[in-house]
Design a protein around this ligand. Sequence first.
Ligand code: UT7
Length: 329
Amino acid sequence: MKKTSSARIAGTGSYVPTQLLTNSDLEKMVDTSDEWIVERTGIRERRIATADQAASDLAYEAAVHALDDAGIEGKDLDAILVGTVCGDYLFPSTGCILQERIGARNAFAYDFAAACSGFIFGVGQARSYIVSGHCRRVLVVGVETLSKLTDWTDRNTCVLFGDGAGAAVFEPCEAGDGILSVFMRSDGAMADIISLPAGGSRNPITKELIDEHANKIHMRGNETFKLAVKAMEHALVEALREAGVRQQDLDLLIPHQANIRIIQALGKRLDVAEDRVYVNVDRYGNTSAATIPIAIDEARRSGRIGRGSLVATAAFGSGATWGAAILRL
Ligand code: UT7
């Protein structure tokens, strides 16, 4: 395939389960209050997958919308990259399950675990595959069913997460259009701030580990909060610099949706006015790799951004991983 200068979004799609979990529902489950959750996180409700809904089911709905929006079919894809830490199985990959369901018989597919930074890392990979000429059309999906990994007895974490999927099809474009820059980083020294201790090869599942809730999400929230603000700010500054773009030129800043206070702090530090910072954490909570593609899709479909808009995204998550991307839509 021919080498190209850059890659752009050709279509987007998203999906959240219909089942709602409100703060007042959570008040009945753990010692918390609507007031605390809204004040400390900005979250009012989140969507929860049903018992028979797995990550690939959510990813499928988002992917179908993205393909339709791009005006292509599954068979037109060369690659499917799924950012998730909640795949249907440890293996096979959710990417391969999705590939079969959307009839992407000419593609290769795989999952990667960059947690909340999943979509941004996916954008970086899509650009590399397209610019090198290795692929023409790449589907990037961020999908999580964190509700299945949540400790519903731990008030520190169970109020935070939700389920959802977002997808984007990328295609070749000229320089100066599409992905203007991507910044990706990780630091394994922070591996234990957000983790799922049991279920992998370090601590295979045992009854004792299940009794200790070691197969559920563990997070040092306050530490994560502070690191997230700093890391996302740094990533955005670097990505803006590489793109040659000033923050005052941005039409929309889409930060990872984990906590309204993190989102607002980032907007302030970068001097981006509140009306240019996207927020939907109130409706979906933290859907990890899915927050950014869901937000991009919502903002496009509502007409808030469109062809030519300048959009910045940034995320921080388990690993620790973090990054930012600047996109000309
Ligand atoms: O997506 C990956 C990145 N993840 C994040 O970015 C999440 C980052 N962290 C956060 O969003 C916040 O740290 C939290 C929302 C998780 C917590 O907010 P905080 O302001 O950092 O509170 P804290 O952890 O310092 O806890 C303050 C108090 C504690 O009580 P004491 O020890 O002061 O008596 C907690 O036990 O709030 C208590 N608390 C709660 N109270 C009512 C913690 N969770 C709850 C709760 N309801 N759900």
